[in-house]
Design a protein around this ligand. Structure first.
Ligand SMILES: *Cc1c(COP(=O)(O)O)cnc(C)c1O
Length: 385
């Protein structure tokens, strides 16, 4: 019944986890869910209020612009300048997205012909690979190894794949490893992309979720990056707006144009009222973001101490709300997650759910209160591992 592209999809591990979680809940277990990367806090009220006003204005009720509301894209350009010094032309170098997942899924349609290669990291957000396959492209896996700081080893990409490669996906601060990339690495990527004629798509969904005075560099701030790439920013994690579906792409004007052409034939843009709320988010005080980071950092420190206390080799992430933790000997990632769920009522995501190179790790999301994290740690202390 289904097309090959659907039949070829790997079994969806997250559905299995959901079932196992539901089964524990049905048994009356007080489950602590550190599985999903979805902020637990509400959208800040000034953004919600702005949406309420916007939705009452009939001007927002009609089809939006394909490329996005000009005022939103101007707010995007201003925010990019203010936060990271990027000089962008709102009209040609920005594009509104209905979430960056939508963007990632549609980008290959604009740049990949059947048989072309896209370079995708592993472990990773699954959409890079699947979006490539949906467009008829061939994903080439770039392993993210701890010994390389979870950065792809560009030298290790085979020449024959490189000859066919059109696109490269990167994501720093990274989900699931929480690794960060420095400017020097981005400079290498730009040089590599120019040499090999590759379009770079940097998914910067965790751009603002940073700790200990760390600031995540923008890929586009590197010399030459505007010639080869685009960067995707999302309102989802930054402003607790995952349900609203709003993000934006910025970067090279020809790339933005091509991407926009693919999109305009598929979707009809983001709801104008949501974009108006987005303007409020981007152009108001960013104190809400700082407060959120303080909260996540406190949670991070609670979980870090707890995991180290039970002998796990956990490291303090500088960014993202994930902890990517090597699992104890004698388990694989699914087995260890199963133990956590069944013996401690804790949901953590097995690393292998993000790709084969995620094996050997579990991901904890800091999406529960510090108290709940303390409780999770107390339960883990009772485990015999
Ligand atoms: C959460 C996340 C996104 C955000 O996707 P939206 O569609 O904007 O909600 C994008 N990329 C990665 C790696 C993520 O973890």
């Amino acid at each position: 019944m289904y097309a090959d592209r659907i039949n070829a999809l790997p079994p969806y591990l997250f559905a299995t986890i959901d079932e196992a979680k539901a089964a524990q809940k049905a048994k009356g277990v007080d489950v602590i869910d550190l599985g999903v990367g979805d902020p637990d806090q509400p959208t800040p009220s000034h953004i919600v209020d702005s949406m309420c006003d916007a939705v009452k204005d009939p001007a927002t009720h009609r089809y939006p612009s394909y490329t996005g509301m000009m005022e939103f894209r101007e707010a995007v350009a201003d925010w990019c300048k203010e936060s990271r010094g990027l000089e962008l032309d709102a009209a040609t170098e920005t594009l509104t997205l209905i979430g960056s997942k939508e963007g990632v899924a549609h980008i290959p349609l604009a740049f990949i012909n059947p048989g072309d290669v896209a370079l995708v990291p592993d472990p990773a957000y699954p959409v890079y690979k699947i979006g490539t396959q949906f467009a008829g492209g061939e994903p080439h896996i770039m392993p993210l190894l701890e010994e390389n700081g979870f950065l792809p080893d560009l030298e290790a990409i085979p020449k024959d794949k490189l000859a066919r490669a059109k696109l490269m996906f990167l994501n720093y601060p990274n989900n699931p490893t929480s690794a960060t990339a420095d400017v020097k690495y981005f400079e290498e990527v730009v040089e590599f992309a120019k040499e090999n004629d590759i379009v770079v798509v940097h998914d910067n969904a965790y751009s603002e979720m940073v700790y200990d005075d760390y600031k995540a560099p923008s890929f586009l701030s590197v010399d030459g990056a505007m010639d080869v790439g685009m960067e995707l920013y999302s309102m989802s994690k930054t402003y607790n707006m995952t349900g609203w579906r709003l993000a934006f792409a910025v970067g090279n004007k020809d790339l933005i144009t091509g991407f926009g052409k693919a999109k305009s034939n598929i979707d009809s843009g983001a709801f104008d009222a949501v974009q108006r709320a987005g303007i409020t988010a981007l152009s108001s005080s960013q104190q809400c973001v700082a407060d959120m980071n303080t909260m996540y950092q406190e949670r991070r420190d609670v979980l870090l101490k707890g995991l180290r206390g039970i002998g796990l080799d956990a490291k303090a992430p500088k960014a993202t709300f994930y902890m990517w933790v090597p699992i104890p000997d004698g388990y694989d990632s699914i087995g260890f997650s199963k133990l956590l769920l069944e013996e401690a009522g804790i949901v953590a995501t097995p690393g292998v759910g993000f790709g084969e190179y995620g094996e050997g790790y579990v991901r904890f999301a800091l999406t529960q209160s510090a108290d709940r994290l303390e409780e999770a740690v107390a339960r883990m202390e009772k485990l015999t591992i």
